[in-house]
Design a protein around this ligand. Structure first.
Ligand code: ADP
Length: 265
């Protein structure tokens, strides 16, 4: 899969984020400079509390930086926007809507002009994409964790964002479901050409998915290193036994481990 990097999609310049807490000011991010290119897949790893979610929430427009600039398509991010879709670890589905209803809801956001039939057709496309056409009329409570996360992914895609922000979306799933969803995500990323920013605590997952793996340092969060993953796509579980994979994994893991030790001090 040859992927040509075109233009800067998201740009962060000198981003600092502090929070007031009971124990005083917490510096969550301390000087983030990052360009995410259009259609790029960046996976983010780092010790717990190093500011990964804060960074994602700032790009999503759910948090405002204390200082610095954040741009998407050259425009300042002022809040949430349809071009930026978010998938969290907890699938925030509407429990009173079926799979179809949940995905249609997002399709309506994408286009207010579309007829009921067009919305249905579009929703079906994304439901098929995540392999849930047999469960179209099921409610969230009737689905497994993996299925609910599939609906959340279908719903995120249905709103047709150009940037997909994913915060440990597979973190709560069993190993087999996680593997399946990783492969589906890569297929869809290839077909739909999105920019992906994907947080994980799993170094293997980061390398299987990302063109780049961004390692964050222990608090206050900074970018420690961005590692190019020069392993061709399509990638799958067999990728994990290649020497290239092992070499990259050893390097990333040693860097992340240093940061874990810094947190424990
Ligand atoms: P990560 O996703 O890497 O685990 P977070 O971005 O969630 O890290 O948090 C970074 C730091 O900012 C942590 O120390 C966390 O406790 C703090 N933090 C995050 N959100 C808030 C908040 N709303 N209020 C106070 N502190 C916060």
């Amino acid at each position: 899969m040859a992927r040509e990097e075109r233009r800067v999609k998201v740009s962060m310049q000198d981003v600092i984020k502090t929070f007031d807490s009971r124990n005083g000011e917490v510096v969550a991010l301390n000087g983030i400079n990052l360009d995410i290119m259009e259609n790029e897949f960046i996976a983010v790893v780092g010790p717990s509390g190093c500011g990964k979610s804060t960074l994602l929430n700032i790009i999503a427009g759910l948090e405002k930086p204390t200082s610095g600039q954040v741009l998407c398509d050259g425009k300042h991010i002022e809040g949430t926007g349809q071009e930026r879709g978010v998938v969290f670890q907890q699938y925030a589905l509407f429990p009173w809507l079926t799979v179809k209803g949940n995905v249609e809801f997002a399709c309506k956001i994408q286009s207010k002009q579309k007829s009921k039939a067009e919305i249905e057709q579009l929703a079906l496309k994304y439901i098929k994409m995540v392999d849930l056409e047999d469960f179209i009329n099921h409610y969230p409570k009737e689905l497994s964790g993996g299925m609910k996360q599939r609906v959340a992914i279908a719903r995120a895609y249905a709103a047709n964002p150009s940037v997909l922000l994913m915060d440990e979306p597979f973190g709560a799933l069993d190993a087999q479901t996680r593997t399946q969803l990783q492969e589906e995500l890569l297929e869809t990323w290839d077909k739909e050409k999105k920019t992906c920013f994907f947080i994980t605590h799993d170094v293997d997952e980061a390398i299987v998915l990302g063109q780049k793996v961004m390692i964050m340092s222990a608090r206050p969060g900074r970018i420690k290193e961005i590692v190019d993953v020069n392993i061709p796509y399509p990638r799958n579980q067999e990728t994990k036994i290649s020497q290239d994979f092992m070499d990259i994994k050893n390097h990333i893991w040693s860097q992340v481990y240093k940061e874990y030790l810094a947190v424990r001090k």
